[in-house]
Design a protein around this ligand. Structure first.
Ligand SMILES: Nc1nc2c(ncn2[C@@H]2O[C@H](COP(=O)(O)OP(=O)(O)OP(=O)(O)O)[C@@H](O)[C@H]2O)c(=O)[nH]1
Ligand SMILES: [Zn+2]
Length: 342
């Protein structure tokens, strides 16, 4: 595979020093297992043990390795999905790196929910990837246009594609985001058609190709699929279960970006600290009265802001608690040692 096919771009190239231009070999992480990663260079596929200086490296990452095939460094990411974890030295767990486009999948039936789409949008914006909303089950829906309009009414600039996920021809609508070297991923609730879309995009190749089975810590069998699958279109599908467990925490920027219209309106309120609660000269309330802004959207904005702040605070608290607990253990240990000595 050429570097271009693997997703190499100027953003990564620009990070190389002159020496690295001569000596270093770029490699992309195409599989991630508990203690090894599989990387792909232009010439070969290699397994590397995950050494302590490599923690946090995740599927989709770009690395430089030296001529002896040893890890030399991790390149900065263009986008990153992470799960904010409490405690420990590593405060967030990296889930997927350098994804270009995320398809936010929602079905056009009773499951359709704008609030949920906005929540996914916030996650994608926070990660720094490009969102495309894919509305599935067009074949079962009487009025796909009404769903399309609802999504467009949130944000006219948002890309939205209605599809029948079972139909190869219909799924072609997604081709423009699936070109050579583009890394794509899917987000969406259960049953909306993510696997179906992937299967159709893979032209009915089995979705389990390349997955490995391993035991999780509780001895259950789980399918680990932290991997990049090349697709026939030339794009790379990033498949990881971690994407399903993403939470809104410390996502203020992602939420603000998702609700850019509300940010803009807020700047037009007469008072800079306007709470949009009956203050005079409130641009938000005016927009609601004029029908420019849906009350639903404002409510969801407030809800998601509260949620991400609360989750962030809970994490901070848990971190602090873990820290003082470990200090307590330490002092108990010291005390018992002192007694043994004495
Ligand atoms: N008619 C029709 N059926 C669809 C479409 N998309 C998905 N389905 C069906 O909906 C069901 C659920 O689809 P999946 O692809 O398994 O959904 P998923 O998002 O992968 O669900 P999880 O694996 O639980 O996350 C399957 O029976 C699909 O065949 C569509 O566009 N049209
Ligand atoms: Zn206001």
């Amino acid at each position: 595979m050429s570097l271009h096919e693997l997703g190499w771009k100027p953003f990564f190239q620009q990070q190389l020093t002159l020496d690295e231009w001569d000596d270093a070999i770029p490699a992309r992480v195409v599989e991630q297992h508990r203690s090894v990663i599989v990387i792909q260079t232009e010439d070969e596929r290699l397994s590397l043990p995950v050494l302590p200086d490599m923690t946090g490296i995740t599927v989709g990452d770009w690395l430089l390795i030296n001529r002896e095939n040893r890890f030399s460094r991790l390149l900065d990411r263009q986008s990153l999905f992470s799960r904010k974890a409490a405690g420990g030295k590593v405060n967030s767990q990296c889930i997927a790196a350098n994804v270009d486009t995320v398809f936010i999948v929602s079905s056009m039936n009773h499951d359709f929910n704008l609030n949920r789409i906005e929540r996914f949008l916030a996650l994608v914006h926070e990660a720094g990837a490009e969102p495309v909303v894919v509305l599935t089950k067009a074949d079962l829906c009487e009025d796909p246009q009404s769903y399309l309009q609802q999504v467009r009414s949130m944000d006219a600039m948002l890309m939205v594609e209605p599809v029948n996920a079972l139909d190869t021809h219909s799924v072609k609508a997604l081709d423009s985001w699936c070109s050579m070297g583009k890394t794509i991923a899917f987000l969406g609730s259960s049953g909306v058609g993510k696997s179906t879309l992937v299967n159709t995009l893979l032209h009915r190749q089995s979705q389990t190709t390349g997955n490995i089975r391993e035991d999780d810590s509780k001895g259950r069998h789980t399918t680990t699929a932290r991997s990049l699958h090349p697709m026939s279109s030339g794009s790379l599908l990033l498949d990881t279960p971690g994407m399903r467990e993403l939470q809104l925490a410390d996502c203020e920027q992602g939420v603000e970006e998702t609700f850019a219209d509300i940010q803009r309106l807020t700047q037009q309120c007469q008072f800079s600290d306007c709470q949009h609660n009956g203050e005079p000269g409130c641009a938000i309330e005016q927009a609601i009265d004029d029908g420019q802004l849906e009350p639903r959207r404002l409510n969801n904005y407030r809800k998601l802001m509260r949620e991400q702040a609360m989750n962030a605070a809970t994490l901070a608290e848990k971190r602090a608690r873990d820290k003082s607990l470990s200090r307590l253990y330490q002092s108990v240990q010291n005390e018992s040692r002192r007694r043994k000595k004495g």
